[in-house]
Design a protein around this ligand. Structure first.
Ligand SMILES: *[C@@H]1O[C@H](CO)[C@@H](O)[C@H](O)[C@H]1NC(C)=O
Ligand SMILES: *[C@@H]1O[C@H](CO)[C@@H](O)[C@H](O)[C@H]1NC(C)=O
Ligand SMILES: *[C@@H]1O[C@H](CO)[C@@H](O)[C@H](O)[C@H]1NC(C)=O
Length: 246
């Protein structure tokens, strides 16, 4: 019988060829989470200041050949698992409040998240940021976040780079973010792999801890205009770069 063999071959011989030409489709739950996040915000051309800014989420669609979220602007997926591992929505004209329960926090495979240079309208940094426990790079700079940095951010123990700088009021220029009861010492000790830490214009009431001097993974800590009073321990300056001015 020839037919069964042909059928057999059709499946077995063509399947690998077919699959090698089809782009890897992203996970459906992650695509839904991304689309929901997109819908929760508007875009406004005054929300970003970078001259290369453009609305990246406008290419995010659930239509035919464009529904693979791994190919959307700002998104990178793992080649093996196809999970979304990087989301770069910096300078994307995003405008509006970030819901504390945002579906953004369902993207638990994220290793990089960049929301810098948008206008989140004095949103608090949601405590659910700790759901993104694989994060190595987090950039929330220049995006009009306000209030206290949530304690739970300290659970992101894989962070290598953390930038919370220049969250200031767009009209008055006033500093909007503060570390509240979080001490610089506690934070620095929570991130054993941290190399870059930018806190420019974040209000810090704690003193600069001596422990910074022992903290060998740090390469750069930037503390411009944080309202700090005591100077750095001398030893620390020899080990890593400090950008600092009151
Ligand atoms: C999707 O299909 C449309 C029409 O068939 C085509 O114009 C467009 O370039 C395709 N987009 C991609 C990303 O392949
Ligand atoms: C977030 O979700 C929690 C639990 O599901 C709920 O209690 C809370 O009201 C929600 N908050 C907002 C702002 O939607
Ligand atoms: C964070 O994003 C801003 C704006 O895009 C950029 O200038 C800055 O270098 C980034 N910070 C880090 C640590 O990569």
């Amino acid at each position: 019988m020839k037919l069964p063999f042909n059928l057999f071959c059709l499946v077995l011989c063509l399947a690998p060829i077919y699959s090698s030409f089809v782009a890897p489709l992203c996970h459906e739950n992650e695509r839904a989470a991304l689309l929901q996040f997109k819908l929760s915000l508007s875009t406004n051309q005054f929300a970003s200041t970078d001259s290369f800014a453009y609305p990246k989420t406008e290419t995010w669609k659930l239509a035919g050949n464009e529904s693979d979220c791994c190919s959307w602007d700002g998104i990178e997926c793992s080649e093996q698992s196809h999970h979304v591992i990087s989301l770069d929505l910096s300078s994307s004209y995003l405008y509006g409040l970030i819901n504390p329960n945002s579906t953004l926090f369902e993207l638990v495979h994220l290793q990089r998240l960049n929301l810098a240079d948008n206008d989140f309208r004095y949103s608090l940094i949601p405590s659910k940021i700790n759901h993104l426990h694989n994060l190595q790079y987090l950039n929330l700079s220049r995006s009009v976040f306000s209030g206290q940095v949530p304690t739970k951010i300290s659970q992101l123990s894989n962070l290598i780079s953390l930038d919370l700088s220049y969250n200031v009021d767009p009209s008055s220029g006033e500093k909007l973010l503060n570390l509240g009861s979080l001490s610089l010492k506690f934070l620095v000790q929570s991130f054993p792999n941290l190399k870059v830490f930018n806190l420019d214009q974040v209000s810090i009431s704690s003193r600069v801890p001596k422990v910074l001097a022992k903290f060998t993974s740090l390469r750069l800590i930037s503390l411009h205009d944080c309202g700090l009073h005591n100077a750095f321990p001398k030893a620390s300056k020899e080990r890593f770069q400090i950008h600092w001015a009151s």
